[in-house]
Design a protein around this ligand. Structure first.
Ligand SMILES: NC(=O)c1ccc[n+]([C@@H]2O[C@H](COP(=O)([O-])OP(=O)(O)OC[C@H]3O[C@@H](n4cnc5c(N)ncnc54)[C@H](O)[C@@H]3O)[C@@H](O)[C@H]2O)c1
Length: 351
């Protein structure tokens, strides 16, 4: 008999991936699937698990040890509250909620009840992102000066056949850049101010397909990031790391961290620095590859969720932390829309 029973709400793209991860884990069984889609009962039957029309009915009928919420983002808050009311820890897909008010309401409810919400920013469980954070914290790169990154992919036209992906909130900022922002916060600390340009010129949809963003961190680090879902390239964490669920692996880099004493490329983990005698721009640099532990991001996330369920670990990213990542993303959107530098604190006023 499995040690943990986990229920999944939303059997769409990512919900089905969670079901596969559960099926592959020796200590976890699927307690049930909730999804009103007409195809969902047959899918649940194919996995030998009960089907329910909604999350609340599923939680009450199955009493799982944990719940994975893979619903459209607008439903995250109510689903999270339903789990908290029943004392059930949740793994909440990202963004944690559709608005900051919803995100902080969820965070407060989680804290008040002592029922954890782990947000599905899966890259926090990736060996390359973890090692980048450790390397920065260790001081090996010296004082961090700058960061530069890119997320360039070519989404197929059919991706946009789904209506919500063509509407406000369905663009590459809220869906994709939010992961990069979360990684940069995790590795380099809080972001204080942003400016940004966005464009929809390639696809001509109501939502942006491309953006360039400048960041100022509280530490004084300055950074830049460009993102586009309309570029054929290997420069995205998913493709470069080979850690994502449904992308081919083509080893490359997507994030470059620069310090006074060295630079780090992620995820190849090439660490560039001067030799023991030191040096400057006219001296050779040594290239050293930092070893990764070989673990897999989504498996690590599920393993961590089990520890959160046990109370053995606090969430690596809880609802409040997820809300702070969302606040930076909303600052980027505001900066692009209003053509001004936006202080992230402005997004958090009154919350
Ligand atoms: N971490 C990741 O790698 C990752 C990847 C993709 C999506 N996401 C996030 O996961 C969430 C879901 O995205 P998706 O791409 O899987 O969406 P999707 O549209 O493919 O799936 C959502 C599913 O929820 C179901 N649903 C709708 N209303 C419901 C309700 N009231 N009760 C139960 N089920 C309901 C739909 O029928 C659908 O099957 C979003 O928040 C998205 O941002 C995360």
């Amino acid at each position: 008999m499995a040690k943990y029973r986990i229920a999944v709400a939303g059997a769409g793209v990512i919900g089905r991936e969670h079901c596969k991860l559960i099926a592959a884990h020796p200590d976890v069984a699927l307690a049930g699937i909730a999804d009103p889609d007409p195809a969902a009962p047959a899918y649940a039957a194919s996995l030998g698990t009960p089907h329910f029309p909604d999350l609340e009915t599923m939680l009450d009928a199955t009493g799982p040890d944990g719940a994975i919420v893979a619903l459209p983002t607008g439903l995250h808050k109510s689903a999270g509250l339903a789990c908290i009311e029943r004392g059930i820890p949740s793994l909440m897909e990202k963004p944690v909620a559709a608005t900051l008010a919803d995100a902080f309401e969820l965070a407060r409810a989680s804290k008040a009840a002592g029922i954890p919400v782990l947000v599905g920013h899966h890259r926090r469980h990736s060996p390359d992102i973890g090692l980048a954070r450790e390397t920065v914290a260790s001081g090996r790169l010296g004082r961090i000066v700058t960061v530069s990154g890119m997320w360039w992919v070519d989404k197929p036209e059919s991706y946009f056949d789904v209506a919500w992906r063509r509407q406000e909130g369905g663009g590459t900022l809220l869906i994709n850049l939010i992961h990069d922002i979360d990684c940069m916060r995790f590795i380099l600390g809080e972001i204080s101010r942003v400016s940004a340009f966005t464009s929809n010129a390639v696809r001509g949809l109501a939502v942006e397909d491309t953006a360039s963003v400048s960041f100022e961190f509280e530490s004084g680090v300055l950074g830049g990031f460009t993102i586009s879902d309309a570029v054929a390239s290997p420069y995205s964490w998913e493709r470069a790391s080979g850690q994502a669920l449904y992308f081919p692996h083509q080893p490359e880099n997507y994030l470059f961290i620069g310090g006074r004493d060295g630079a780090l490329e992620v995820p190849t983990m090439e660490h560039w620095h001067h030799g023991p005698g030191g040096g400057d721009w006219q001296n050779d640099l040594v290239r050293e590859t930092l070893p990764l532990d070989g673990s897999r991001t989504y498996e690590n996330q599920l393993a961590h969720f089990l520890k959160v369920i046990d109370g053995a670990e606090p969430p690596v990213i809880d609802a409040e932390d997820g809300a702070r990542t969302l606040a930076v993303l909303l600052a980027v959107k505001t900066a692009a829309k209003e053509g001004r530098v936006v202080d992230v604190a402005e997004m958090l006023e009154g919350l």
